[in-house]
Design a protein around this ligand. Structure first.
Ligand SMILES: CCCCCCCCCCCCCCCC(=O)SCCNC(=O)CCNC(=O)[C@H](O)C(C)(C)COP(=O)(O)OP(=O)(O)OC[C@H]1O[C@@H](n2cnc3c(N)ncnc32)[C@H](O)[C@@H]1OP(=O)(O)O
Length: 214
């Protein structure tokens, strides 16, 4: 997985750059290999969801995962030091929770991107889980809400309307935009499309954190 340039990232608060995140990836948590690991984990989860493996394979996988869990427990670090979700130089912040989003273009108050949900995000009957769609909106609207010099905010409300089934394993279009900013409140909207079909729409309210809430 190739690292993204600063300008290609989906709304990374500029303050993170001051925190040193433009540094050489080798010196960031997780190092140069973290993007590949996160991509492999994402691929593993998508593959696992799509199989009915024989019993010996299930046992072997469980044994290997147990072994990794035990090794990782010994290497636990405080949240601020973990690469998972903090590698804003990598797609999906270097984690496997959110779907893979790639920004196409953005202005001061709007952004367009593509997104592909994996089989891991299936709810059932070939539809992406509604919670995964809400996760996508919270992630992208939330990150975009904090850009262009705006101080950090938190989601206080997120309404998602599911207009049509969101298909997995297809490139979808995402558009998000600022609707209103007043005082500590930021209202953003989002729309997810499969071609001409609107799959989901979101309306979110973010509240800027006071200095003592950061
Ligand atoms: C080096 C490291 C790199 C790290 C790299 C990491 C990258 C990282 C990227 C993260 C990307 C993910 C982005 C996801 C973003 C989340 O998902 S955030 C997590 C989910 N959200 C939360 O946990 C928020 C929980 N709530 C809170 O913490 C508190 O409500 C807040 C946000 C601090 C605000 O509390 P407060 O300051 O007491 O505010 P309060 O006075 O109650 O309300 C302020 C105003 O908002 C209104 N309001 C509050 N709630 C609501 C509501 N639900 N509906 C309507 N109005 C409301 C109030 O009525 C009030 O209005 P006014 O009276 O001023 O007109």
């Amino acid at each position: 997985m190739v690292g993204l340039s600063w300008a290609e990232r989906i709304g990374v608060p500029e303050s993170f750059a001051l925190a040193g995140l433009e540094m050489d990836p080798a010196r960031l948590p997780g190092g140069t290999g973290w993007g590949e690991l996160a991509g492999e984990l994402r691929g593993y989860l998508d593959a696992l969801v799509g199989v009915d493996p024989p019993a010996d394979l299930v046992s072997e996988m469980a044994e290997q995962l147990r072994s990794w869990r035990e090794r990782l427990a010994a290497a636990r670090v405080p949240e601020r030091d973990q690469p998972w979700g903090h590698r804003v130089d990598l797609p999906a912040r270097g984690q496997a929770l959110a779907p893979h989003v790639e920004m196409l273009d953005r202005g001061d108050d709007w952004l367009e991107a593509t997104v592909v949900f994996g089989r891991f995000h299936l709810g059932g009957h070939d539809a992406v889980h509604g919670g995964a769609v809400a996760l996508l909106f919270d992630e992208v609207l939330g990150r975009f809400s904090d850009t262009h010099g705006r101080p950090a905010a938190r989601t206080v409300s997120l309404d998602v309307a599911f207009r049509a089934v969101t298909p997995p394993e297809r490139e979808l279009r995402l558009r998000v935009w600022f609707e209103r900013e007043h005082g500590r409140k930021r209202q953003l909207h989002g729309e997810l499309r499969d071609g001409d079909v609107v799959c989901a729409e979101a309306r979110a309210l973010f509240i800027v954190l006071r200095p003592d809430q950061g």
